[in-house]
Design a protein around this ligand. Structure first.
Ligand SMILES: [Zn+2]
Length: 67
């Protein structure tokens, strides 16, 4: 099942515009358990505006921060 973020994680705006994207949180992925990659990372949403401005996001699950 492919999960998609509905809102931008940084700004909270709905990801309806073209150019918006969502991706698995890199912080969650590397939060390995016994050397295994986390199979259920949180999906981070990015609006085009936040991407262009390089707004930092904070993962609500693992606290990972990234541009
Ligand atoms: Zn995370």
């Amino acid at each position: 099942m492919t999960e998609r973020a509905k809102n931008c994680t940084a700004s909270g705006v709905p990801l309806a515009e073209p150019g918006s994207t969502s991706f698995p949180c890199p912080g969650c992925i590397v939060q390995s358990v016994n050397g295994e990659t986390n199979p259920n990372p949180t999906i981070i949403g990015r609006s085009p505006r936040c991407r262009n401005q390089g707004v930092l996001y904070n993962c609500p699950t693992c606290g990972h921060q990234g541009p």
